[in-house]
Design a protein around this ligand. Structure first.
Ligand code: GTP
Ligand code: ZN
Length: 209
């Protein structure tokens, strides 16, 4: 796999560049406000470093706003020894935050594509999942974004994505139904048009259960 193509860099259309990011001090002040709102004293010793830790955590949870999934897929390989079938990554861990409550939803993504004449490094498919998961999300939007990006950059014969996740906004608060799996799927190309290929994807997903 030594032949590769670097595609020109571009950012996803959904990323908004006109957002003014507050500085770190403002973000930490907001956390102090929330601590006080919760009913505790942000100046007591055990909580003094908490705003810094929360903002550090935000840098990790929401790192996807500073990354481009298109760029992640920019390097492809065309030496595949005549391979002409589905490439699938099953059980990619997903940790995201729902945009309604900013509470985690956690689960697995299954990502497949049917290459035309070139493939991408398999780790890059998991990286694409991470880029979108590390933003405020709905599961449906994330599923569509992963699918669309792979379809757009690799131009394969088809893309299939399934996400299964548990939303803590449903388990820990509100309706309080733990262990409900929310399942979303999105198909393009042959996975959408050919029921046999869609069935193969579903079989490969369930073969890991
Ligand atoms: N479609 C979709 N809904 C989600 C997702 N994550 C959370 N939600 C839902 O977003 C909805 C927000 O509903 P609202 O009525 O505005 O908020 P709420 O009063 O906190 O709702 P409850 O969670 O029912 O208490 C809830 O039904 C959540 O279950 C997601 O990824 N996709
Ligand atoms: Zn939620």
């Amino acid at each position: 796999m030594d032949a590769f193509v670097e595609k020109p860099k571009r950012r996803e259309a959904e990323q908004q560049s006109d957002i003014v990011r507050p500085d770190r001090q403002k973000a930490e002040e907001a956390v102090r406000t929330l601590i006080a709102y919760a009913g505790d004293d942000p100046n007591r010793e055990g909580l003094l470093d908490t705003p810094k830790r929360v903002v550090d955590s935000y840098e990790e949870f929401f790192s996807g706003y500073h990354e481009s999934a298109h760029d992640v897929l920019s390097r492809t390989f065309d030496e595949v020894g005549g391979y002409d079938d589905i490439v699938m990554l099953r059980d990619i861990e997903v940790n995201s935050h729902c945009e309604h409550h900013m509470i985690p939803f956690i689960g697995k993504a299954h990502v497949a594509y049917f290459p035309t004449d070139r493939v991408v490094g398999i780790s890059k498919l998991a990286r694409v999942v991470d880029v979108f998961a590390h933003r405020l999300q709905t599961q449906e939007t994330m599923t569509a974004q992963i699918t669309e990006t792979i379809d757009d950059v690799l131009k394969p014969k088809g893309v299939a994505v399934m996400i299964e996740a548990v939303h803590q906004c449903m388990s820990l608060r509100g309706v309080k139904k733990p262990d409900v799996a929310t399942i979303t799927t999105q198909f393009t190309g042959i996975f959408k048009e050919d029921p046999a290929q869609q069935a193969r994807f579903m079989t490969l997903v369930s073969s890991g259960k």
